[in-house]
Design a protein around this ligand. Structure first.
Ligand code: NAP
Length: 321
């Protein structure tokens, strides 16, 4: 589907972020910076999380009761791990105001339509979304206002969803710097299975395998990590709960893409076993061109070493999803 036209809108009255980790806190910072909501409410279960959010001045109100928080809200965004969405939706549904927009940032969309959709009261605009931007860090301190700049945010409204509400949410994401596209949720889940979920599974697997190897000591794995392994460890350091939920809720699409991946891996295994240089070189030439297209599309920098600053400086906010 094509991009929606960008139009100016009134700020939201009361924006509630249920979950104030990396994504929730980044929305809080970006929305406040751009003046997109008059009042920002942060919700989390643990007092320690709320205290951390308060210390960072992320919101105007800090609550542990999700049901209470949505009263009077015209924008509610689910920013918890996907596995918590159903319980949260059950708790807030009776308190959502007619005309409010209910959306989310979950990495999986079919599951959200299935478990949250039926709970949404009539008159509330339910527009699932997924900002394709992230890092391997989590918690309120991990957020930064620029997280969504030049990153895609995919919205997956149903066909009968109110167009004005979709445009208003599109305006919201574009105002935070995102590019917005609309997609069927099934298609979204397949796209992210190959672009994000299977790569994470591969990274978790490689790092796990290296960790299990008895023939290579752990100190060698760490010492010589720059040979490619290091880049997998960044992805494999992503939040365990969030990624557990991704694989539990996008099972079909991940298994479909994993099947294809394994077939191609077997083919590569054959090339290596047979010493098939031309086949290896042909594939590697094709894959190098793909990286070039990602750089040309502005989704990565051309700097060597995956954009890391050199001279031993710490990694500065690598983009994950
Ligand atoms: P995160 O940093 O781990 O934060 C999760 C937040 O949710 C915490 O504030 C946590 O605080 C709160 N929470 C958990 N369960 C809750 C519940 N039942 N009720 C209320 N609050 C609850 O996670 P994140 O990385 O921001 O990810 C959040 C969502 O964004 C996930 O659905 C993920 O799929 C999606 N996403 C992530 C990325 C990424 O790269 N990380 C990118 C795009 C989209 P308490 O533990 O105190 O409750």
């Amino acid at each position: 589907m094509s991009e929606q036209p960008f139009r100016s809108e009134q700020p939201f009255r009361r924006m509630v972020l249920i979950g104030i980790g990396l994504v929730g806190s980044s929305i809080a910072l970006a929305a406040r910076k751009q003046g997109l909501a008059a009042e920002v409410v942060a919700v989390a279960r643990q007092q320690a999380t709320l205290d951390e959010a308060r210390a960072l001045n992320l919101a105007d109100e800090y609550l542990s009761d999700a049901a209470e928080s949505v009263k009077g809200a015209d924008l509610v965004i689910l920013c918890t791990p996907v596995g918590a969405f159903e319980a949260v939706a059950k708790a807030i549904a009776p308190h959502l105001e007619p005309g409010a927009i209910l959306t989310d940032v979950g990495s999986v969309k079919g599951h959200v339509h299935r478990v949250v959709g039926p709970l949404v009261p009539k008159g509330v605009h339910f527009i699932p979304g997924h900002p394709m931007a992230g890092t391997e860090h989590s918690g309120p301190s991990a957020g930064f206002a620029e997280l969504f700049e030049n990153r895609w945010c995919i919205l997956t409204p149903t066909d009968d969803q109110d167009r004005d509400a979709v445009e208003r949410l599109t305006w919201f994401w574009k105002s935070m710097g995102s590019k917005v596209d609309l997609m069927e949720h099934e298609h979204h889940d397949l796209v992210v299975a190959i672009t994000s979920h299977v790569p994470h599974l591969v990274a978790y697997n490689i790092v796990g395998t290296a960790d299990d190897l008895a023939t290579v000591s752990k100190s060698e794995v760490i010492q010589f990590s720059a040979g490619g392994f290091r880049d997998f460890t960044r992805i494999a350091a992503s939040d365990p709960v969030m990624w557990r939920d991704v694989f539990l809720t996008n099972r079909e699409a991940v298994l479909e893409m994993l099947g294809r991946f394994l077939e191609d891996l077997s083919m590569l295994q054959r090339y290596v076993r047979n010493g098939d240089g031309p086949a290896l070189e042909a594939l590697f030439t094709r894959t190098r061109a793909i990286r070039r297209s990602i750089i040309d599309a502005g989704q990565e920098t051309a700097a060597p070493d995956f954009g890391r600053p050199h001279g031993g400086e710490p990694d500065d906010q690598p983009k994950s999803e």
